[in-house]
Each structure stands twice: as structure tokens, then as C-alpha cells.
Design a protein around this ligand. Structure first.
Ligand code: ATP
Length: 362
């Protein structure tokens, strides 16, 4: 049993509340990723599960037992830190076996565990090296190996890849996904990299300012974000937001016009709850969801600022008439290279709509 439950969890440092009431169920064997902007409380929440921070109010259960006051070493968890935290004077073998030696596990059992973990992580040839003789990726694997030998019910990862270069990050990300498949344990993982979140998670928890904005499967958050914050946070490159105004409200929907974009208008099937003509709203459209001009949506002509051509796709960074910056993703079209204006189309089916408070209307 390795589920984790948080009920009404709050945390204050002095008079400042940083976790403001979190309820969350993490199922056994689930890979759950906490994402959110810097300072939103991801690490604090993880450290509370680990027992490295106290819980001000609320309850924490791991595997159905209340853990609020249980010592970190007795929670059945192992944590992997961003900084690896390896002992420099110990070999890889000694680093990996340290927690077991400390717990007075017999020597041959330690050797068995360490060698098992080394095999999973391809560390066998490195067991007699010291941390300074390893690359960043190898050090991170040792830190993970040190967690594996403890056979925890729950793994906690705190931004484990953020000290690695781009290529290694991708490589280690795949290794961690493989590890989860192989070990079948519960993983709680903190990152601010939403690509990591999308690719690793069974379930993503989006945090903002100490509260949960939305919990869901990666593609559900992408397709069906609860609000403008989640819409802007999930997806890479980010969703574009354009200022618009309600021009007409009817029973079947509302017509909005893009501010300063001539007659670029769009009829959207929104329940007109309280929406009035003249209201300011925000239209959301993902970079990959612009269509070609003249397809019946709202046509928008923008000035190209910078275009990045990657071979199969391009990212066009452009400005609207009212200087709103947008990113357009297009399948590579060589005829567009060097153009200083592009006209794209926004269809009502692909567009999102938010009110002034970021509440999703559609
Ligand atoms: P990042 O992505 O930058 O690591 P985070 O989402 O992990 O951010 P936390 O490290 O959990 O955020 O911090 C949440 C808030 O709590 C921040 O405002 C931070 O300044 C504050 N905080 C964290 N630890 C302490 C502490 N020991 N004392 C006082 N305030 C703290």
C-alpha cells in the first residue's frame, strides 16, 4: 500500500502561509508531478510528505497510516534531491549502500541491493569511482540508486534533472519513466518544466500560490484546462492570449471581436451566463492551432518578429496590430521564409475564451 493522501494541508513559515489548504489523493503506483511557477509551494509540499517540513494543519496519510508526526526514516519514502547530495569521500558503492549500513542491514544483503540497483541504472562499471570522477548524469543516477536500494513505498523527486544539460535531461527523463515501469512504485515528482510534467506524469497537479488550480491527466489538462492560468501553463510553446470584446450576445453563443484587429470576429458557442456586450474577454489559441487564412475563422495578419525554422516545423514570433506578441507554430513552409507578414486563421472550435478573471467561458 503506497497511496498518499493530503487533507486540508496548510503550511505557514512564521506569519506567512505558503500552502493554503491542499486536498490530494495519490494512488498506489501512480506517477504524480507537481508543477507551477517559482515559489508556488511545490518543494514545500514535497518536503511535508517527506517529513522534512512540519505540517501546520491538516492530515497526511501514506498507505492509510497517519504520518504527520512520523519520523522521515519511518515513512517508507526515499527522496532524490536536485543537488544529488552524494558523500564526496565515499565510492558509488558506499554512497548507494549508506542508508542500509546505517540501518544495520547485513553486508551481503547490502551488496545484493546495491548491485541490483546498479544493474537497473547501468552503474555497474562505476561502483568503485568517487563522485568527482562522474559526469552530472552519472551522479544523478547514483542519487537515484541510493533511493532505490531502500526499497521505498514512495519515491519523492525534487527537480532531479535541473542541473543537467538539455541532452542529458531528455535521456534521464526517459530513464526515470523506464524506472517507474520497472519498479512499479508511487512517485511524486516536482518540476517547473512542463515538458517533463507532460511526458512523465500519470497525473499532473498544477499549483499556484499555495493552492491547487487543477489536477488531471496531462492531455486532459491540455485539452480542457480549468482556467486561463492552467491554459497558459500547460503546453509548449505557451497558449497565445489575445484581447477581445463581446460584440453580440445571443442564445446560441457570443460574437467577439479582436481588439484593434479590424473586423476579425468570431462566433463562439458560449452559454451567455452574465456575459454582456462590451465585456472585455481573452481569446486563447495554441500556437499549433492556427489555421491557414480564409478558412472561415477570424483572419489575423501579424508582423513577423523572428522566425525559427527547425526543419519539420517553424515557430513564428509575431506582433498583432495592438502589439500583442504571439507564437505561431506551422509545418515548415519554405515559401514563407523571409516573409515579414503572415495571415493566419483562428477557428471557434480550437479557440478558448476567458473572462477578465481568467475564468474559462469556453
Ligand atoms: P521553486 O520552483 O522556485 O523551487 P517552489 O514552488 O518549490 O519554488 P517553495 O520552495 O515550496 O516553492 O516555496 C514556497 C514559498 O515558501 C516561497 O514563497 C518561499 O519563499 C517560502 N519558503 C520556503 N521555505 C521557507 C522557509 N524555510 N522559511 C520561510 N519561507 C520559506
Amino acid at each position: 500500500m503506497s497511496s498518499v493522501k493530503l487533507r486540508g494541508v496548510r503550511k505557514s513559515f512564521g506569519s506567512v502561509e505558503v500552502i493554503k489548504g491542499v486536498d490530494l489523493d495519490i494512488d498506489s503506483k501512480e506517477f504524480v508531478v507537481f508543477v507551477g511557477p517559482s515559489g508556488c509551494g511545490k518543494t514545500t509540499l514535497l518536503r511535508m510528505i517527506a517529513g522534512l517540513e512540519g505540517i501546520t494543519t491538516g492530515d497526511l496519510e501514506i498507505g492509510d497510516a497517519r504520518m504527520n508526526e512520523v519520523d522521515p526514516s519511518k515513512r517508507g519514502i526515499a527522496m532524490v534531491f536536485q543537488s544529488y547530495a552524494l558523500y564526496p569521500h565515499m565510492t558509488v558503492r558506499e554512497n548507494m549502500g549508506f542508508a542500509l549500513r546505517f540501518a544495520r542491514v547485513p553486508k551481503d544483503e547490502i551488496a545484493r541491493q546495491v548491485e541490483g540497483a546498479a544493474r537497473i541504472l547501468a552503474l555497474e562499471p562505476l561502483l568503485n569511482r568517487f563522485p568527482k570522477e562522474l559526469s552530472g548524469g552519472q551522479r544523478q543516477r547514483v542519487a537515484i540508486g541510493r533511493a532505490i536500494v531502500r526499497q521505498p513505498e514512495v519515491f519523492l523527486f525534487d527537480e532531479p534533472l535541473s542541473n543537467l544539460d538539455a541532452e542529458l535531461r531528455v535521456h534521464m527523463r526517459i530513464e526515470i519513466a523506464r524506472l517507474h515501469k520497472e519498479l512499479k512504485t508511487t512517485i511524486v515528482y516536482v518540476t517547473h518544466d512542463q515538458v517533463e510534467a507532460m511526458t512523465l506524469a500519470d497525473k499532473i497537479v498544477v499549483l499556484r500560490d499555495g493552492i491547487i488550480e487543477q489536477v488531471g491527466r496531462p492531455l486532459d489538462l491540455y485539452d480542457d484546462p480549468a482556467n486561463q492560468f492552467v491554459a497558459g501553463f500547460i503546453g509548449s510553446p505557451k497558449m497565445n492570449f489575445l484581447s477581445a470584446q463581446v460584440k453580440e450576445v445571443g442564445s446560441g453563443g457570443v460574437t467577439i471581436g479582436l481588439v484593434n484587429e479590424g473586423d476579425a470576429s468570431l462566433r463562439m458557442p458560449v452559454a451567455p451566463n452574465g456575459t454582456k456586450v462590451g465585456d472585455t474577454v481573452t481569446l486563447g489559441i495554441r500556437p499549433e492551432h492556427f489555421g491557414d487564412a480564409g478558412q472561415g475563422g477570424a483572419d489575423l495578419t501579424v508582423a513577423v518578429d523572428v522566425a525559427e525554422h527547425l526543419g519539420s516545423t517553424s515557430y513564428i514570433y509575431a506582433n498583432t496590430t495592438s502589439s500583442e506578441q504571439i507564437i505561431i507554430e506551422r509545418e515548415e513552409s519554405r515559401s514563407e521564409i523571409g516573409m515579414d507578414q503572415v495571415t493566419v486563421s483562428i477557428s471557434a472550435e480550437k479557440a478558448f475564451l476567458f473572462d477578465q478573471n481568467g475564468v474559462r467561458l469556453r
